[in-house]
Every structure is written in C-alpha cells, then in structure tokens.
Design a protein around this ligand. Structure first.
Ligand code: FES
Ligand code: MG
Length: 564
C-alpha cells in the first residue's frame, strides 16, 4: 500500500473506495470486525499503557474496553494500541530516565497511525506526563483518562495508604515491627490495582491532566476499581469522537494559562514536587513560559486548600466527597482562568457553575486556607542558581530558616554504605547533601532525595532534618528536603563543590538556598572538578547527550518546540 497514505495518519483512509482503503479494511477485519464496523468514522486510537509490569496501570485494560464502548456508541471506530509503560516500582535505573522515551513512543505512534484522535490511558507517575508531552507534540485531538487511585487498605483497624509505608519502615528499622507484621504489611499495603492512593505524583499528574482540559472534569479521584471510573471511560470515548470531529489540537487547549492554572491547583492541593518538572516539560512542548520565577509567583499567590495525605490527614476519597477537582477549581476561581475549555467541551466556568464544594475538613474554602503561601516553595541562591524546590506543606517548620554544616554523600551507593554508621559525624542540625543523582548523574533524577534520617539520630527520636539533593523524591514522601537542585552536580553545578563541614543556609520564606563558602575557594574547587564518564552507546548515550536540566523539565533538547 502507498506509504504516502499511511504517513498521512488520517482515519478516513478506512472509508475510501480505493485499493488502499480496501487493504486497510481487510487488515482491520483480520481482527474479527464487521464490514460496517471498519467503515465507522472517526478513528479513535486508544493509547494504552496497561501492563502487568506496571501494577498501577494494570486496570487500564478494563478502562480501554469501556472507552471502546463509548467510541462505538458515538459512531467512531476504536483501536487500542500499546506503548511503553513505566512502573515507578520496577523500572531501572529510574522511571524518569524512560519518560522521554515513552513520550517519543506516544508521539510517533499517534503521528504515524491512521487515527483522527486519541484517548490516552495513563496512571503511574511518569506515564501521564509522557503521554501529555507526546500528544502535545503529535498535534492530533487528545483526551486522557487515568487509572485512578487504588483501594485504601486497613492496618490494625486504621486506613492504610501508601505513604504510611515510610513511618512503618522507620519502625521496622528501629526493631519495632515483627517479621510477622512485616509480612502481613507486604500483602496488604497496595490494596489492589490503581495508582498510589494519596496526593502523590500519580494523582497530581492526573489532576494536572484534568485542569489542563485533557481529562473529563471530576474524573481524577474516581476509584480505580469502581464502576464510576468505567462510566467516565465510556463518556471519554464518546467525547473523543466529538473532539475528533471538532479537530481541535491539544495545543489549543493546553495553553500558557492552562499550565499556570494546573500548577496553581497542584499548589492548592499540596501536590507532588514532581509536578514542576513535568509541567516545565509540557510548557516546553508548546513554547509557553514556565521558569523558576513563574513557579515561585504562582506558588506564593495560591493558598493551600486541600488537607489530604501525605501533607494532611484526610484521604483522597474525602477530597472526592468534597467535590473533587471541580470543587477545588471552583474554590480557587479568584486566581484561575475559567474561560478556558475543559475536556467536556464546556468552559471551566460553565463546568463549575453548579458545583457546590463541601468545604470543611479535606477541602478548605479560599478565604480559610490550611496555609496562605503555596505548598511548594521555589528556592534559588548560590547553591542552586537555576532553582530548587521544597515541599513547605510537608516539612517541620523549625527548618523554614536553618543554617547547618554539610555532610556530603556522593550517590546512592555511598549513602547506603554510610548513613547508618554509628560513627557518622552528624547531629540533628547537620544538612545532609546527596548529589550525583540529577538528570545526567542519576541518570534520570531518581527519587532518592528523601535521604533517610541516620539510624543513630532516628533512634534518638529525630524525625526531620534538612536534606539537599539534585534528585527528586516520591510525591508520597515528606520532610525538609530541597530537591531538583540545578544545575546538578554531574554537570559541575555548585552542589558538586560542597565539602563536609561547609555551612549551608536555607530560608524557605525568602526562597533562598546558599552555600556559605567564599567565591575564591569555590573557584579553586571548580578547577578540580571532573565530570563523570559518558555512557558508550544506545538510549543511555542519547539521553546523556540531550537531556536538559530540571528547570526545562528534563526533556530532550530536540523535542521542545523550536523557537520561531
Ligand atoms: Fe505507581 Fe505510585 S508507584 S502510582
Ligand atoms: Mg511516586
């Protein structure tokens, strides 16, 4: 068949009376579809990241079937196709290392295939940003439905969410949890398929997709395993057919204002620090401005309204009960752009007109926030000239202003070898520095920035310390942890020059992170810096050569929208 036709990537070729049309239909009918079925218009690609190697996304096979029903009911032709799926739990060296590869897979499958629109099925942390980045660059109409949060388990009569693992693991380290309890925990911690059941990265990214206008309003917090998610999937399929007919590319929906709104909602719900990296990458795909100064301004002028785990005590289902993301959007209306389109086709203003947020516990009203400033604080200074981020809502406020002596770990192997050494020269005021775990150094900014409290201090009851890293941390972790320090150590950023005993000053409210070492001394150390060796081949080499720093979202330089 003609390469030209295939490259056009247009679903109408299934309808043509030409030889090409005949052959395309014949191939599709090999899957058991009827002659009428393969002549349906438009063609909706269902881009699925369901995988048994990614338990968070495993429920998406069922969601795909529901989306298909919605597409068929609206007179479209649904075709499910797989892409790479990235599991936070299983992928090495890091899930972030693979995000851009998945984004390229998604983009190329959309552009190369005869589909008029796509429904993206994502869930686990990197899968949604990868799909959004790919779809933005591919340019065909796109919607997304997320896997949804997994069921909440029970532990000794209490709700057990994934973030409960950290304090339980600390108890195990202190010898307070028996082998039997530890085994029991392994069997019940995850509760079922679906994404982490707190406001971690996965739910944060699903929220972002909803606020951007890519996922149906109210769909984010529906449980992974409930009928309501399947209902939303059917509606998403139906809406995709209308969207294909409208022909509206995603970059018309995901505008600079949408990026701002998405980040403000993340701040308002105490979302994951990872959101900044992924939003910066998305912004880069459409040429929208989103640097440290923007994020700081948006964060400082957005109140924290959500009081859900891991920053607060309430469950995601409590936030859903309060009205979910549409209720957050309505409360936050004074600082958002509600004349933008939502995924339903209506504007956000129309969408939330009748929403009545049940404010109180899990969602506070705009004028009675949990905290005034944003949950995420952006830091800059001599230790992080291009920025760093700290989750203000989830740290011990004793450390909002803190100066302490550095104790430096070069990578995870060094950290693991020494952190629990009884002779480690550390006290509760020390500043633990973990470097060499940035985009290039990790590679892929592993979520290891949440350096554990040294065993001897943990046993003495120390629960939080200032920690600084060029890596990321899990959206479910907490603490006074300054992350994403840029430029990273592996490319010679100031973090590479820190030595044990140097004074480091953190001032969260002033947005500062300073290395208190004279400039001449830093110049001397810089002359001695040697970068780590480059990989020799393959994707690792491509990644090493092209990955950008965290303020540019760790995207590849050649994938961003060229400056025109
Ligand atoms: Fe997959 Fe948390 S590990 S969503
Ligand atoms: Mg995570």
């Amino acid at each position: 068949m003609s390469q030209e036709e295939t490259r056009r990537g247009d679903g109408s070729l299934f309808n043509e009376d030409s030889i090409d049309g005949f052959l395309h239909r014949a191939f599709l009918r090999a899957t058991g579809r009827s002659g009428e079925e393969v002549r349906q218009r438009p063609v909706i690609g269902i881009c699925s990241s369901a995988s048994e190697l990614n338990p968070c996304n495993a429920g998406l096979s069922t969601v795909a079937e529901s989306v298909k029903r919605g597409v068929l009911a609206a007179g479209g032709l649904p075709v499910v196709f797989p892409t790479i799926s990235i599991s936070e739990a299983f992928v090495r060296p890091t899930s972030m290392f693979l995000r851009n590869l998945m984004a390229m897979d998604v983009e190329q499958m959309i552009t190369s295939s005869p589909v008029d629109a796509v429904v993206l099925l994502g869930g686990c942390d990197k899968t949604i940003p990868a799909q959004v980045m790919g779809a933005l660059s591919a340019g065909k109409p796109a919607l997304l439905i997320a896997a949804g949060p997994r069921p909440v388990a029970r532990w000794n009569g209490e709700a057990l969410t994934v973030d409960d693992f950290w304090p339980l693991a600390a108890r195990r380290r202190r010898g307070e949890l028996s082998d039997q309890d530890w085994n029991r925990l392994e069997g019940c911690l995850m509760g079922g398929v679906g994404t982490c059941n707190v406001m971690g990265t996965a739910t944060t990214m699903a929220t972002i997709a909803e606020v951007l206008g890519l996922a149906l309003p109210g769909s984010t917090l529906l449980p992974a395993t409930g009928s309501a998610r399947q209902d939303a999937a059917v509606r998403t399929g139906t809406r995709a057919v209308a969207l294909a007919e409208e022909g509206r590319p995603p970059a018309e929906v995901v505008t600079a204002e949408a990026i701002e709104d998405a980040f403000r909602v993340v701040c308002a719900i105490g979302g994951s620090t990872n959101a900044m990296v992924h939003l910066a990458a998305m912004a880069g795909r459409i040429g929208a401005p989103a640097d440290a100064a923007h994020f700081r301004r948006w964060s400082e002028t957005t109140p924290l309204l959500g009081d859900v785990r891991p920053s607060g005590p309430h469950l995601l289902e409590d936030l859903a009960e309060a009205g979910g993301i549409p209720a957050v959007v309505k409360e936050l209306a004074p600082v958002l752009h509600l004349d933008r389109p939502s995924a339903s086709g209506a504007t956000w203003a129309e969408e939330v007109a009748d929403v009545q947020p049940k404010t109180g516990a899990a969602l506070r009203p705009f004028d009675q926030p949990v905290a005034d400033g944003g949950a995420l604080a952006v830091l800059t200074g001599s230790l992080a000239p291009d920025g760093a981020v700290i989750k203000r809502s989830a740290m011990d406020h004793r450390f909002l202003r803190h100066t302490g002596r550095a104790l430096v770990f070069d990578g995870v192997t060094d950290l693991n070898a020494r952190i629990d050494d009884p002779d480690l020269p550390v006290d509760a005021d020390s500043v633990l520095v973990l470097r060499g775990v940035g985009p290039v150094g990790g590679p892929g900014m592993p979520e290891v920035g949440h350096v554990p409290i040294p065993a001897k201090l943990a046993r003495a009851g120390v629960e939080d310390m200032v920690r600084i890293s060029d890596g990321r941390m899990s959206g479910t972790a907490d603490g006074a942890v300054a992350l994403h320090v840029a430029p990273e150590a592996a490319v010679g950023g100031p973090l590479a020059l820190v030595r044990d005993g140097d004074l480091i000053e953190l001032d969260v409210d002033a947005g500062r992170l300073e290395l208190l070492v004279p400039a001449e001394e830093l110049e001397r150390r810089k002359a001695e810096f040697t970068p780590p060796p480059a990989p020799l081949r393959g994707y690792e080499l491509l990644y090493h050569r092209h990955v950008l720093q965290s303020p540019d979202g760790c995207d590849f330089d050649f994938l961003r929208k060229p400056l025109s």
